[in-house]
Design a protein around this ligand. Sequence first.
Ligand SMILES: Nc1ncnc2c1ncn2[C@@H]1O[C@H](COP(=O)(O)OP(=O)(O)OP(=O)(O)O)[C@@H](O)[C@H]1O
Ligand code: NI
Length: 314
Amino acid sequence: MEKSILEVRHVSIWFTQYERGTKRRSLPVIRDLNLTVGAGEVVAVVGASGSGKSLLAHGILGILPYNSHMEGEILYGGEPLTKERAEKLRGNGLALIPQGVTYLDPLMKVGSQLTRGRKDQETKERCRQVLERYGLGPETADLYPFELSGGMARRVLIASAVMDEPKLIIADEPTPGLDARAAGRILGHFREMTEGGAGMLFITHDLELALTIADRVVVFYAGETIEEAAAEDFQEEGRLRHPFTRALFRAMPSHGFAPIRGSQPYPGTVSAGCPFAGQCKACQKECGEADHIPVRQVRGGLVRCLYPEKEETV
Ligand SMILES: Nc1ncnc2c1ncn2[C@@H]1O[C@H](COP(=O)(O)OP(=O)(O)OP(=O)(O)O)[C@@H](O)[C@H]1O
Ligand code: NI
């Protein structure tokens, strides 16, 4: 087994909301989440909008919003990743490619953002190389973020994250707005970095894109992991375990684009049972009632379902 770089153990995240003035309410958005990323491995986190993917990234990096709190344990290189440690490691082993381009400092030129103020020749050369690698000329270093197109800003975010040859890269929807070829090249570079021993958590809503790079796929639904499967399992629907993962499979453009009926429940609206119960064709009475749906091992993967799908021989 490869050495694990990141371990997320039983992590839950809540938001505190104020209702009618002073009444406080705790809204659970991530529940009992477990995942690991090994050296040389790309683990994709796939889930619909609002399922908690970005919050997981922010939780790992210690940059959750002030009105939230997190429980559970996060280990980086086998040691607890506290907020303070995450701050020290950011840009120094641990890199985030954020979902929003607003993470660029609007008042600082691209070059200074990449070099983090270092002026030595070696850093400047590295900056030039990294920009070039992501299809940006050396003149980009002299531009301010407002002078960049959307696609350029995306590439700058990626370049900035990989400047220091990180050990763990958390990429939160890194390629929207880029054409398929550009996205493919960027994913190719990510793969090179993991072949060099880095680990990557690749966050996306796009299962098809995830499968072009991932070794393992963790499927999120309403703040819970509902399945963890090897990328090969996605070669056939029958090898997948959770009804939602199978629905995602059928919704892929290459598998007929079948729409998934209904939508994921909002945080705080699932009181008991399986959050997918309302949309599940195989739902039984117990699914909506059980206090907690346990995660179990099925055919080498993990599934959170009382009645996981059986293998089909089609
Ligand atoms: N500051 C906040 N206060 C309250 N709720 C929040 C806050 N930030 C996020 N949430 C809620 O947490 C849930 C998860 O949000 P998150 O941004 O992690 O989703 P996501 O899976 O990354 O979605 P997307 O694919 O759209 O980026 C959402 O329901 C969102 O409304
Ligand atoms: Ni997000």
